[in-house]
Design a protein around this ligand. Structure first.
Ligand code: ADP
Ligand code: MG
Length: 686
């Protein structure tokens, strides 16, 4: 009943003028639900206006006054200024009039006239010895209704638009909320999270009685959004788990042989992750697991261990890399590590296919390729048991889903290049089980990071030369200016020439995306053996390169790289016993770039960097909502409200644990939330 009311089109309300409803519709507010979840962006406490300001301030003030004078002035250079003088309603001895000014705005002077009462919000500034607010937010006080809707209360301020001003929007929401009064609205939360009821929460978020009620309402509605998201995530997970799977786990002899062939013991965290994966492989239910950990924490060995368990059980294992270069690097890496074990490995990328040596005839046991290729060519596989998806920094959520939809689902391990903040493991990756490698191998050297402007390049070069002369090696990284082949070649040639001169007579080599694979291998081989002292490279060296003797990295125009990418690049050094140095060259002046680089100076902890990266990129980027298929958030803040997300997740998990397809009568309301409101398919529910 009440949900029908929420779904109603605003056209059905005769009391609302048709023209206004059309304007609301254009603004994306066509139904009651859409209108009432158009939440205020801030509030003004109009129960007590501020006194007129007497000095400048960076905190905005909210005042109410009467217009005593308006004037228009022409300024040099085509500028027009409209000036309004306000007087405080109950002036006291020290009150000064307040000046509000608008420059080159035409509509304002048509709206404001002497004698009107205005509510004004903005930052007071001192201009020509007078206190002014330039381009304030303002509202004209009109009639008696104002007292109940617009004044003498904590007043909501909305995101408004042309043809739909603050007052109209506020009044419409007020009237529609009024119709909701007395209606029993079905809660969208389980009882344990439900503190005030959905209807009250909506009323209080728009027209709060006081600050405490507002805080309650906000908490309630954020929980409602998060819980809906967790229902969605939980349904996806329930669906995956219910699919037909097989056990893909060998006895472990092959794994033991592999681990014995490694020149190092596994860390505790690696062993834990392998044990978690092994348990998943063993049960006849599709694994859907995320493996994450810091750069250099040794994820590859863990992934390979899982692949060997599946191989031993007689299944093929595949590794999907996001790019061709990465696929090739994994391939070389795997071939080296698997050399003692006689495993048949194949490489499949758009331009290069390499099959196992003929003496290991038959199907490859391990296939490495790019995402695109492996998704397209199911024929590549005879009996795929395990897929490892190396996602890099991308969230290939939809593609993952497609893979899981195969008749008999393979086990899936998603591996990321850097740690995933908790916010994301609870949402975008919320349908996956999580294995975290939270420990670095013991032999890692310390990395010192410093940001320098380009004028310090000479000193940096001297520093690098000093270390090269002691026998160390260096990476010089420059950003790609242009992706086009011609410009790339030119930029590369210029960079190379410059550095060769700077570091002469030390041997330098150049590596970028367009170097032929065979040549690339040869270059890397010479660097690995120490014949080449400095590698001038693009971010192709981001992943997979592992030369412990290289302990210096200089990154030019560092601000052009993303935070996660810089951390990943830096992970190429600090791999041997030597103290390592990362020099970030940048002349950036914008605050965000400066903070990004400072974060790297301050910490090498990938978990902290991942959090900072999210904060800097902001919530829009976090969810990649379109891609993830998750319901959008209008009120909740994934970073600030993490604790509420955890509560919502726990509550949803409890429900799914006892009723995975939400079939029980008491869970019908939740099922409806997923199926109808989100218009999503929930395959198990017919
Ligand atoms: P990432 O987690 O960044 O993918 P890698 O898997 O590339 O890290 O591992 C980084 C380097 O550390 C590789 O040279 C790898 O052989 C080595 N390594 C992995 N595990 C250990 C360990 N337990 N002890 C010492 N070195 C290790
Ligand atoms: Mg890796």
């Amino acid at each position: 009943m009440s949900d029908e009311f929420l779904a109603k089109s605003l056209h059905e309300f005769d009391s609302l003028p048709a023209q206004r409803v059309r304007a609301l519709e254009r603004f994306g507010l066509g139904t009651v639900d859409e209108l009432l979840t158009h939440y205020p962006r801030r509030y003004e406490d109009r129960t007590k206006f501020d006194h007129f300001p007497q000095q400048e301030s960076d905190t905005p003030v909210c005042v109410c006054g009467t217009v005593v004078k308006t004037s228009e002035k022409r300024l040099p250079g085509w500028k027009k200024m409209f000036e309004v003088t306000l007087e405080e309603e109950q002036p006291h001895a020290l009150s000064e009039p307040l000046i509000c000014r608008w420059f080159n705005v035409h509509f304002v002077q048509k709206m404001i006239a002497t004698g009107q009462r205005l509510v004004v919000y903005g930052k007071p500034k001192l201009r020509a010895k007078k206190i002014c607010i330039d381009h304030p937010e303002f509202e004209i006080v009109e009639n008696d209704d104002d007292v109940s809707i617009h004044l003498k209360r904590i007043t909501p301020i909305y995101r408004a638009t042309e043809g739909l001003n603050q007052r109209v929007l506020r009044e419409t929401i007020y009237r529609v909320l009024d119709k909701l009064r007395g209606m029993e609205i079905e809660s969208r939360l389980p009882a344990e999270l439900d503190s005030m009821g959905f209807g009250d929460a909506l009323r209080q978020i728009h027209f709060p009685d006081d600050e405490a009620q507002l805080a309650n309402a906000k908490r309630h509605l954020v929980l409602t959004e998060f819980f809906a998201m967790q229902l969605f995530v939980g349904a996806k997970r329930a669906e995956t788990i219910s699919r037909k799977g097989e056990s893909h786990c060998g006895r472990g002899d092959l794994l033991t042989r592999f681990q014995k062939s490694l020149p190092f013991p596994l860390t505790g965290a690696q062993q834990r992750a392998i044990a978690e994966i092994r348990a998943d492989l063993a049960v006849p239910r599709p694994m859907n697991r995320l493996l994450h950990g810091d750069v250099g924490s040794g994820k590859t060995v863990v992934a390979l261990s899982a692949m060997l368990l599946a191989v031993e059980a007689g299944f093929q294992s595949a590794l999907m890399a996001p790019t061709q270069i990465l696929a090739e690097q994994h391939y070389l890496n795997f071939r080296r590590m698997l050399d003692p074990l006689d495993i048949a490995i194949a490489l499949r990328t758009g331009s290069r296919t390499e099959d196992p040596l003929p003496l290991l005839s038959g199907e490859p046991q391990i296939v490495i390729g790019t995402h695109a290729l492996l998704y397209e060519q199911n024929t590549n596989f005879k009996n795929l048991g395990l897929v490892v998806i190396d996602e890099q920094h991308k969230f290939g959520v939809m593609q993952r889903a497609r893979l899981i939809e195969q008749a008999t689902a393979p086990d899936v391990l998603v591996m990321t290049a850097t740690p995933i903040p908790r916010t994301l493991t609870m949402t975008v990756y919320g349908d996956l089980d999580v294995s975290t490698i939270d420990e670095l191998p013991a032999n890692r050297g310390k990395i010192i990071t410093a940001v320098r402007d380009a004028s310090k390049l000479t000193e940096a070069v001297a520093f690098i030369r000093e270390h090269l002369e002691k026998g160390r090696q260096a990476y010089i990284v420059y950003p790609l200016i242009d992706e086009s082949a011609k410009l790339e070649a030119k930029a590369a040639a210029q960079e190379f020439e410059k550095w060769q001169t700077l570091l002469a007579p030390m041997r330098c080599e150049l590596l970028h995306g367009r170097v032929e694979p065979a040549e690339k291998d040869a270059i890397m081989e010479r660097f690995r053996h120490g014949e080449t002292k400095a590698l001038i490279a693009t971010s192709v060296i981001e992943v997979g390169i592992d030369v412990p003797n290289a302990n210096i990295m200089l990154i030019e125009n560092a601000e052009r790289f993303g935070l996660a990418q810089l951390h990943q690049l830096r992970g190429r050094i600090g791999r041997g016993g030597h103290k390592s140095y990362c020099i970030l060259i940048s002349d950036a002046t914008n605050a965000e770039a400066i903070e990004k680089l400072r974060t790297l100076e301050e910490t090498s902890d990938g978990f902290k960097i991942a959090e900072a990266d999210l904060r800097l990129r902001g919530p829009g980027d976090i969810l990649g909502t379109a891609q993830s298929g998750l319901p959008p958030l209008k009120l909740g803040d994934l970073l600030a409200d993490q604790e509420l997300m955890r509560l919502a997740r726990e509550a949803a998990a409890k429900i799914f644990a006892s009723d995975p397809f939400l079939e029980r009568a008491e869970n019908k309301r939740f099922r409806d939330l997923i199926v109808e409101r989100r218009k999503l398919t929930f395959a198990q529910i017919s």
